[in-house]
Design a protein around this ligand. Sequence first.
Ligand code: NAP
Length: 251
Amino acid sequence: MKLAGDVALVTGGSRGIGRAIALELASRGAAVAINYNHSALAAEEVLEIIRSRGGKGMAVRGDVAVEQQVQDMMEEIAAKLGDVQLLVNNAGIHEDGLMLSLDRGSLDRVMNVNVGGTYNCTRAAARGMMLARKGRIINLSSIVGERGGKGKANYVASKAAINGFTRAISLEFASKGITVNAVAPGMIVTELTEDLRKRHGDKYLDKIPLKRFGQPEDVAGMVAFLASEQAAYITGQIFVVDGGLGLAPNI
Ligand code: NAP
């Protein structure tokens, strides 16, 4: 599953799942642009690890929710590494709470980053992919996008939207040599789930057939496969990586 010669952009590659994806793609030979919004030091650290292993990449700031910043970021990557053939729309946020305590602003913020960011980055990268007639787009969804989840209506709506977006765009881009898929993780050990694991960890563990939380590397392996030549005939699909959690009744 070699990716030598490919240029990858991992949004939110500074921390958590995105960090593991950036390291995995680089280990397979891709030059990786590590996007971040606030965590400049963490992004530089990921880049240092890649370089120390003989790989190539760059750290690049940009708020994925802001179209102009995404455009600028894509130009910076093209100038330093070349056109992006491998886009991983990973950047995401959550603002959990019961529906009546969630104000309208929380919906806008979550949708702007999770869906708007995916939309902006896809639009910005797709032109180059179409010209090259080669591309892979992999979107980070969540198991809650299909099955729902209490206390996270805005986040669930954003992940359901990403699933729909993935399917729609896969149809549009198929004839251009571009595949589009999504990966839907369950409960993965990152800062995003820290609070939830602290408060309800045992309840979740009990429901996970494989009896452990996922590690970012568990998700990165699936992304690397979808990025590879071996996945050339797969498009428009949502791949669950959750240790079986999605099979359990909702919690
Ligand atoms: P995380 O540890 O909180 O990291 C989030 C990453 O997204 C950070 O690198 C952050 O960068 C970046 N980011 C946030 N807002 C951004 C913006 N506006 N522009 C650019 N980058 C931005 O989250 P994670 O757990 O790794 O989650 C990664 C993805 O997987 C998300 O889409 C999440 O919804 C999805 N997911 C996670 C889980 C899980 O169990 N962890 C489960 C299902 C789905 P800065 O720090 O630089 O701002």
